[in-house]
Design a binder for this molecule. Structure first.
Ligand SMILES: [Zn+2]
Length: 255
């Protein structure tokens, strides 16, 4: 069977909206792209569960996608008409709220710095909800490929080295206390997975990778070169970097 993308969309590892998933749990798929697939099944929230053959998005076989973002073709390349079937949501992480919510993690008091100086282009490039979804970081803009320095100490816990997807090349560093700092849309990455990082160490070069094709949680509207910088608490929840990093004028907001 074949699957053709008919609107820029996202493959996800669960049948939920893309905004509910971390960057590493989804990948963008561009209009017109075609895939060889083996099976499809209805999943909750009008999603299809697809088993891919080739190419394998992010080397992963199973992905979920909104049914009306794709067109399926049978082995004779005849289009398959899809009528959604209601499927109850699967129990899974985040689907149940049992008991009390965990205590709020304390904001770490040890040192942070901004990864580089630059401007936040307007309120839309700041942390916050815009057009119904969370922009989970601060976009540090500029027109040149500038050096990015580690905002805090830690160990490299995730690297995405290819330039595709909304996030482009990205890097995650986890501090010893579990807080994370993430760097997206990099031109190059200058560290390796599991490497220990000291605050202020050169980690990569800002440059326009990513944010081309997803169309969903794309950065707020500044399309010059920028670093999307994110801070997450030990539970993985994004926190406004401005609540953590020094208010030292490194990243002024331009209106
Ligand atoms: Zn951003």
């Amino acid at each position: 069977m074949r699957l053709k993308i008919i609107v820029n969309t996202v493959f996800k590892d669960r049948p939920v909206s893309a905004s509910e998933l971390a960057y590493e749990k989804k990948t963008s798929a561009s209009l017109g792209t075609e895939f060889e697939i083996s099976t499809y099944a209805w999943a909750p929230n009008k999603h299809l569960k697809i088993s891919f053959i080739a190419p394998l998005p992010r080397d992963q076989k199973i992905w979920y996608v909104f049914f009306d973002h794709v067109q399926l073709f049978d082995r004779n390349l005849v289009p398959i008409d899809l009528t959604p079937i209601e499927v109850p949501p699967e129990p899974g992480p985040g689907s149940a709220t049992v008991g009390e919510s965990p205590p709020k993690p304390k904001i770490p008091s040890s040192k942070w710095r901004w990864p580089l100086t630059g401007t936040s282009m307007n309120a839309k490039t700041e942390f916050g909800y815009a057009r119904g979804r969370l922009h989970a970081g601060v976009d540090i803009g500029g027109y040149t490929a500038d050096e990015c320095y580690a905002a805090s100490d830690g160990q490299v816990t995730y690297i995405k080295g290819d330039r595709g997807g909304a996030e482009g090349r990205m890097l995650e560093i986890t501090r010893p206390d579990g807080w994370k700092h993430l760097y997206l849309h990099l031109r190059s990455i200058q560290v390796e997975l599991n490497q220990a990082i000291a605050m202020g160490e050169l980690i990569g070069i800002r440059g326009g990778s990513g944010f081309g094709s997803e169309g969903l949680e794309i950065d707020g509207g500044g399309y010059s070169i920028h670093l999307h910088f994110e801070v997450r608490d030990p539970a993985g929840k994004p926190v406004n970097p401005r609540n953590i990093l020094p208010a030292d004028g490194s990243v002024p907001i331009l209106e």
